[in-house]
Design a protein around this ligand. Structure first.
Ligand code: PLP
Length: 423
């Protein structure tokens, strides 16, 4: 008889908590001290002068990021959230417009649409990658659609060839949410440099980080200038030399990155490849340890795609195992693991269910300039509903964790799988 589960009182496999995700070391410390010795912690000004584009660390970080990405421009910001907001703004999205994304992401993706007074529309995901489903995307396009925001969720690229083809046919902007896929290639091109703009996150959960931070990549000169203006108060539109083609959305914010963050970012970028390799070797070890378990499906890797494994997603084949992901997660976490059941699909959040964002009139959803009727019921999201029930994931697949930590995860899975009849 198999040992009973920790859920029912046996000793958990792991009793110590997981170590924090620390990606910085001596190099970052030295970079911070370089800025401190200099004493200039940020060197931005809103006016159109030599400080409009920030200080030396920000400029160097942007140049190095753009070179690494083989992309013309990189614009550093203080979070991916502000980067997404700036990108949607730069794409001239506004009241009356719709932007199509998926609800299987972090809240900031569609909020960046709402923050520009436009309406996010949720299409379905693909079952194998959890990214935007191109067929579903196409079905959701209306005369109001202005842009598409695919997410390279968990770190696997979205089906960009199909998405770019649809975007081209309908003349839509593409803003990639690449927050979870730094350094991940799609048929040779780094994710974030395939669409019109790509947004990368540098918050402390992400694969490389500056504490808080983000960076937007684009190959388009006009979009780059619009991003720089939105990032930095947009006052400079009045100056000679700053002659953006359109004043639409030239509403300036302060999304500027400071010198300390940029100095840390420069060191983190050098470590990115190594971090991705370390993650991959942990994942391969873990895959080999659990692939024999019936009904447990490992993450897939589509042809031509890398994976950052920001999260490690698993799927249950419900024709073999009848216990859904939330219950499996409960049993694993009782063993001291750190798994999550899915994302809560964003369409279920009150902001969409009640369609109330700005003010008392329900803007932007009920704005008089908006003629659509968004469906946030989830009835159009078959694969999202499936994913909610049958997938789960973890983030604890990064250094300083080792094969020993993976062994514990493998043991926990074996224990749970030996007890499936009792769950
Ligand atoms: C983390 C994340 C964001 C937001 O990043 P911040 O830098 O914290 O603003 C946006 N989208 C996705 C998919 C993310 O994972």
């Amino acid at each position: 008889m198999a040992e009973t589960l920790a859920l029912f009182g046996s000793k958990p496999i792991r009793t110590k908590s997981y170590p924090p995700h620390i990606t910085t070391g001596e190099e970052e410390k030295a970079a911070v001290m370089r800025v401190m010795d200099n004493g200039i912690l940020s060197d931005f000004e809103g006016s159109h002068n030599e400080w409009f584009l920030g200080g030396p660390e920000v400029k160097a970080f942007e140049r190095e990021w753009a070179d690494y990405y083989d992309c013309k421009h990189a614009i550093a910001v203080n979070s991916a959230t502000s980067g997404l907001m700036a990108a949607v703004g730069a794409a001239a999205v506004g009241p009356g417009d719709e932007v199509i994304t998926t609800p299987w992401t972090m809240s900031a993706t569609p909020i960046s649409v709402i923050s520009n007074n436009a309406v996010p529309i949720f299409c379905d995901i693909d079952r194998d990658t959890f990214c935007m489903c191109p067929d579903s995307l196409e079905k959701h396009i209306t005369e109001r659609t202005k842009a598409i925001m695919p997410i390279h969720i968990y770190g696997h690229p979205a089906n960009m060839n199909a998405i770019m083809e649809i975007a081209k046919a309908h003349n839509l902007a593409v803003i990639e949410d690449a927050a979870q896929s730094p350094g991940v290639r799609y048929h040779g091109t780094l994710t974030g440099c395939i669409g019109d703009m790509g947004v990368h996150s540098l918050n402390n959960h992400k694969i490389i980080q500056t504490g808080e931070g983000g960076i937007v990549t684009t190959n388009d000169d006009d979009l780059a200038e619009r991003l720089q203006l939105i990032r930095n108060h947009a006052e400079a539109v009045i100056a000679s030399g700053k002659s953006v083609k359109s004043l639409v959305n030239m509403v300036g914010w302060n999304y500027r990155m400071n010198e300390i963050e940029a100095a840390i970012g420069r060191e983190q970028l050098k470590k990115l490849k190594g971090f991705l390799e370390e993650r991959l070797s942990l994942i391969q070890y873990l895959n080999d340890g659990i692939r024999h378990l019936p009904g447990l499906c490992l993450p897939i890797l589509k042809e031509g795609c890398d994976h950052s494994f920001y999260r490690y997603p698993l799927t249950i084949d419900s024709s073999i195992v009848k216990i859904s992901a939330p219950r499996i997660v409960e049993a694993l976490n009782a063993e001291g693991m750190d798994f999550y059941a899915g994302y809560q699909p964003l369409n279920e959040y009150p902001i969409y269910q009640k369609m109330t964002a700005f003010g008392h009139q329900g803007c932007p959803f009920k704005c008089p300039m908006y003629s659509g009727k968004p469906d946030y019921s989830g009835n159009n999201l078959t694969n999202v509903s499936w994913a909610r029930e049958w997938t789960f994931s973890t983030e604890v697949i990064h250094p300083p964790l080792t094969a020993n930590d993976m062994d514990e995860i493998i043991q926990a899975f074996e224990k749970v799988w030996a007890n499936l009849d009792n769950l």
